[in-house]
Design a protein around this ligand. Sequence first.
Ligand code: TXA
Ligand code: MG
Length: 318
Amino acid sequence: MSETATQRLTADPEGIARAAELLRDGQLVAFPTETVYGLGGNALDDRAVAGIFEAKGRPSFNPLIVHLADLDAVKELVQWSDLADVAAQVFWPGPLTMVLPIREGAKVSKLVSAGLDSLAVRMPASPVARTLLRECGCPVAAPSANRSGRISPTRAEHVLETLDGRIAAVLDGGPCDVGLESTILGLTGKPTLLRPGRVTAEFLSEALGRPVMERRDRDQISAPGQLASHYAPNARVRLNASEWHEGEARLGFGRTEGDCDLNLSPAGDLVEAAANLFEYLHRLDSSGAEVIAVMPVPHVGLGVAINDRLSRAAAPRG
Ligand code: TXA
Ligand code: MG
């Protein structure tokens, strides 16, 4: 999180170049898309992505949408398919997000997909967003640029109302055209509308030549990440461990008495801990241990989201 005032950049070549430089550098920059303003961070950078959650004050790690400038960049991150290709030809660049299986070895931060094996990708149409994405040369993770629980911003002023002082810059490109978040099309199985938007289910069905199912469970639409089972490691997770038991994989936080296998943040920094969380859970899980014991993480700031995720990982399996 930046402690200083947020720079307001005009969306001219100079301002866009500066915004691109900040993003490459791991800083947070709000930028206009045709739907709403996004709160952007370098999707390859764990700390930048953790910073997005901190700036938003989100109490949980919802998976984020990755914004890209061109199809080649998209195909490096997700498993492309014929259906995705048709949708891209008709609707990209534009207000459509596709959820596809993530590619093995894709370099995006695990925090972006909140540990899921799918990834949401979108190629925005706004010329300012496109230029910015081309210039920064990295995939950009961006939820709507508002504090958690507030309405999505369609002007730079809206962004500053809730995020001034919490992000490095806002790129002011004037009001957004659509004013409603992108449609989300799930393509990990049968085509499914995960979030309605400007691109309707009818448009999609027609373009794809097959029905697009509408998700009925509203809670799952807004928060697929809320399903405990999405995050369950194979190992059992033991929370608030104050001592280690024989044979457990040991996940520490802050200063530890004795050894742990991995430490989320030896310095007790919650942003660092969030950045490491999914990666470390994966690593300890693949060590084959039956139990992963986790030291307590303070329940403040980003710690709330970290504990939310840890308690889902520890929840009994249904
Ligand atoms: O128009 C938009 O899409 C804006 C602009 C900035 O691009 N972004 C946006 O992001 O609305 P956000 O974070 O507010 O919404 C992301 C949505 C969430 O509902 C999330 O659950 C869903 O995308 N999502 C992301 N990754 C997913 C995945 N792997 N599977 C299912 N849903 C996913
Ligand atoms: Mg939002």
